[in-house]
Design a protein around this ligand. Structure first.
Ligand code: C2E
Ligand code: MG
Ligand code: MG
Ligand code: MG
Length: 278
């Protein structure tokens, strides 16, 4: 009775693989179409300064809210964009939109320090990256310091020399640098220190670990202090609860980005939000 029908099993597997290949192919189509139409949507998540209670920064997070496959999230489509090389053009378009957003903010008389844009490791294969990035920002007539580029330790690890050179070159021109997801990668302190990061973002997993483990909590406190001693500001990512918020305050963490304060929002909504909170 419990005998396995092996032919059926194999067939079932095939179907699953076929479905995921189909889905991947369709996502590639959607990405190409979005690139052609320059129609990626950016959501923005405000980042609060715990000392002043002001929202000084916002991170841009790409969204595809409507597609033939329904809403698509970056955790699914960014890896596909990376594997296919489409990420390079996508990032330029996102940077353009972030610059337009900054200009929309100034029109509303909202002045935040910078908008964060995520760069993936693959971007650094671009030979002319630094000039293109500077050109895009300057074409919108905004100071270079209005953009902060976020990347992770694994991005640095994949190409230490190129990333270090890029970061130092554009930082010296005024673009800001932020380390993303600290605590998830294979940290190499020497290479992290070689990059002029203004902010270090502690990954949500560190905050979660700290909530039920005293050793982790101590570690977060010490990491925060160490980076602050180096002149960096520390951002806690993924703060969702009152307890987590109290913890990051106790650690004297500088900034918080999390659902507890604000979720990522479409441009219109974030402009309304910032109007009332800056
Ligand atoms: P990330 O850069 O670390 O972005 C933070 C992620 O944490 C966002 O997810 C955000 O919605 C989520 N988050 C923020 N606060 C909370 C919280 O309190 N609780 C929880 N559970 N989550 C929170 P999202 O937008 O789904 O993005 C996921 C990842 O996809 C990003 O992680 C980033 O690595 C990548 N990504 C997003 N937009 C872009 C982009 O424009 N370019 C590139 N290259 N990657 C992007
Ligand atoms: Mg990020
Ligand atoms: Mg992050
Ligand atoms: Mg993250």
């Amino acid at each position: 009775q419990a005998k396995r029908d092996s032919s059926k099993q194999v067939h079932y597997c095939d179907e699953n693989i076929m479905n995921s290949i189909n889905r991947r192919e369709r996502i590639i189509e959607i990405l190409k179409d979005k690139i052609a139409k320059q129609s990626f949507e950016l959501y923005y998540q405000p980042i609060i300064d715990l000392k002043t209670g002001k929202y000084d920064f916002a991170e841009s997070l790409v969204r595809i809210p409507n597609s033939s496959l329904g809403p698509l999230y970056p955790n699914e489509f960014i890896p596909i964009a990376e594997e296919t090389g489409l990420i390079i053009e996508i990032t330029y378009q996102i940077l353009e939109k972030a610059c337009e957003f900054i200009n929309h903010l100034s029109k509303e008389n909202i002045h935040i320090k910078s908008v964060h844009v995520n760069f993936s490791a693959y971007q650094f294969n671009e030979s002319n990256l630094s000039n293109k990035v500077i050109e895009i920002i300057e074409s919108h007539h905004i100071p270079l310091s209005k953009i902060k580029i976020e990347f992770t330790e694994s991005t640095i690890a994949k190409n230490v020399e190129v990333v270090t050179h890029f970061a130092n070159y554009v930082a010296q021109k005024g673009i800001r640098m932020g380390l993303d997801d600290f605590g998830t990668g294979y940290s190499n302190i020497a290479t992290v220190i070689g990059i002029p990061f203004g902010t270090i973002k502690l990954d949500r997993s560190l905050i979660l670990a700290a909530m039920d483990n005293e050793k982790s909590a101590g570690l977060v406190k010490n990491i925060t202090r160490s980076f602050q001693d180096l002149g960096c500001s520390v951002v806690a990512e993924g703060v969702e609860t009152k307890e987590q918020n109290q913890f990051v305050k106790d650690c004297q963490i500088d900034f918080v980005q999390g659902f507890y304060y604000a979720k990522p929002m479409p441009e219109k909504d974030v402009i309304e939000f910032l109007k009332h909170n800056t």
